[in-house]
Design a protein around this ligand. Sequence first.
Ligand SMILES: [Zn+2]
Ligand SMILES: [Zn+2]
Length: 339
Amino acid sequence: MRAARYQGDHLVTVDDIPVPEVGPTDVLIVPEYVGLCGTDAHIVDGDYRSMPPITLGHEIGGRIAAVGSSVRNLKVGDLVSVEPHYYCGVCLYCQTGRLNMCPDRRAPGVHLDGGMAEFLVVDETIAYTVPGTEDARRAALTEPLACAVHGMDRLAPESGLPIVVFGVGPVGALLIMLAHRAGLGPIVAVEGRPARRDLAQRVGADVVLDPSSDGLHDLLIEASGGTGFPYAIDAVGSVAVMETALPALSRGGRYLIFGVAHPDARASISPNDIYARELTILGTALNPYTHRRAANLAHQLPLDELRFGDFPLERFDEALAAQRDGTYDKVFITPQTKD
Ligand SMILES: [Zn+2]
Ligand SMILES: [Zn+2]
């Protein structure tokens, strides 16, 4: 079978490799859509720990082509989304319900072979059915959606209150969709690119601001209704966003860091302000126990508002370039398409 393989040293090749064997608890998946995301770019750049050579692809939607002898919950033909983690099961975090903190997790597409191939074998426990749709693209989007659901769990917003989301990449758009469904409002999006500001409005933002506007702080406070935001999300991973968002929080406000900032980045924030206004700063990582909920939601969200770019395996480099420069809202590899 053909597979897009990260070889280490910034090199991705499309190789012919054997179809993996299906063990008793495994399922054989035919990946139809596999999302490219920032993590893939970081792997190829060498600043995300990977274990090459591996087949890339961790946002996987496809159909079951074969099941192992003891698989009970899945059958040939089922549309599935892969929850791309195997947790060690023996560390403190695994044994106390905080799977996503497991230091020894293994991820298909990062440490193990992933979905950018004609076939993929995973244990049945990480292949999730996706109800209410036959769209493998929605199955693939379930993975970033599961991370967005965990982020909203961390933020724990109450309905009827305003929220601001900085950055309307694919995940920012998913967060706006979830905020909309959760009854938050007004939903304010801050985004520099005009096409992404349009996207924000199509998926539920009530007010969209350009971060380069003069007097952005005052515009934010005004958009919040005058008292600032009880909830703010950084979907960029940016010092500037943090330094803009914290002063725009209301008293008791909660700030969620979803975007991946550079490890060396440092922000200037006021401990006194955090103390006096009882602010909360939250991180969010991965998708612990949220993949089922995301799979159940996938058919209900306006995911088709994203502009998709599809590329066959052989055009991986072109796909990665399109992902980096934001030509599309979301880029997919379609492993079953011949170039
Ligand atoms: Zn991803
Ligand atoms: Zn563990």
